[in-house]
Design a protein around this ligand. Sequence first.
Ligand code: CU
Length: 508
Amino acid sequence: MTGLLIILCLLLIGIVVVQIGRLTELAVKIRGEGEAQLEVNDFQGKLMFAFMLLFLPACAISALYYQDSLLAYGPHTSASDHGALIDSSFNITLFFTSIVFFLTHIALFWFSYKYRGRSDAKAAFMPHDNKLELIWTAIPAIVMFYLVSDGLVTWNKVMADVPAEAVVGQDYTEIHAQGMQFAWNLRYPGPDGVLGATNYKMIDGLNPIGQDWNDVENLDDFHPSEIVLPVGKPVRVRITARDVLHNFYLPHFRVKMDAVPGMPTYFVFTPNTTTEEYRQRLGELDRDGNPLYPEWHEPFDETEPDGPRRWEAFDYELACAELCGKGHFSMRRVVKIVSQEEYEEWLGTQNSYYLSSIRNTDSDPFKGQLLDTEIKARKTEFNDNLQKALASEDDKIVKLQYISYETGSAKLTNLSKYELDNVVTAMNKYGALTIEVAGHTDNTGDAEANQALSQARAQTVADYLTGKGVSANRLRVVGYGQTKPTDTNETEIGRENNRRTEFEILTQ
Ligand SMILES: [Cu+2]
């Protein structure tokens, strides 16, 4: 029905246009062609002038009216160091182009009006004028030279890489953003400050960025869900793309760089305004206590009129500025700029992607082995426990947490040697130390068999120690079986805690 009405309307408009055309033709016939043409010229010329009177002020007024919503104006001054340079270059360009814009449009419409066709007017012919040529070549050339050289200087400053002597992780933070349809995969370097190597061939369901797990620098890298950065510290973003062209865009920081498949790019910038400071800026009040930017004082969520204001809920954001497909809009990530202390606190809450998702899976090249960091951590834990037992009056027992045996047997697993070597080191360090090596089991199965197994296991540990040069008369070997549980035997975890090997300090 609506379609039919639209067609009817179009048809009627068409008929009206044709009829007007016919009327004009008739009028020309009646009054003579020349006179009608002059009337049209006069009318069109005046229309041109009227248009100028509306159009140019409208341009100026709308720019002023919306200026607080534009980047670089109102509350939106740049939140990064280099951003001020870009904004000032934009303003300089805007200044000159505005002059040209207004002058040429005044000339265009004013001349169209002033020199509209009249019966008494005659065209003036001016084939050539050296002076004019010189003026309108030289002035634009000088202005363009200035704009281009200013632009180049700014460009070189904005696009500069970190200085060659700068140390990653110390002088600047390096992070990685990989664009894909339709998300940003973010990667931070972890405590070592260095991003590990990547290879696109290694990308799979478990390894979205293609990190090479043989490179130990990858093992502490983590994948945060948002970008958090400390204020005042340079950050270098490695930008890559996994499928099509994307664009890493941080509007508030004037950071914008293509993410090109097969060609890593980068951008270095220094955030200088924390999220909280930017929020304060948006929510600022004038001297009378009225909002300086009223639109930022509207409710953030329309369904919650008393909820937080827009300025309170503001967050910087990362967008994709390339139309990369139909899910393009969803490539948004929150960006937070915080103090150095808050940043370090946040770093502490992040977990290595390798340890949480890759460790001991089939993709892990170190499956079944201990990592250096794990060996160190276990050693520290052992030494802490030993020191506690040495210092304690009544609790002289040190549990050997990381010793394990093959099921139902007294054969030590490969990884047990690290914990046992810690014991050897301790025995060598403290020459007066004598210990009782004790084996314990849970209460499943036959009590006698359990006793025998615990005895055999304690003996294996003692054999390992004597094999490493610890004198046998410093060791007493006891199998307690299921007689000394430290936890309940009702739960799996409790039973696991009861199956243990430990040693008690006899003399020190
Ligand atoms: Cu994209």
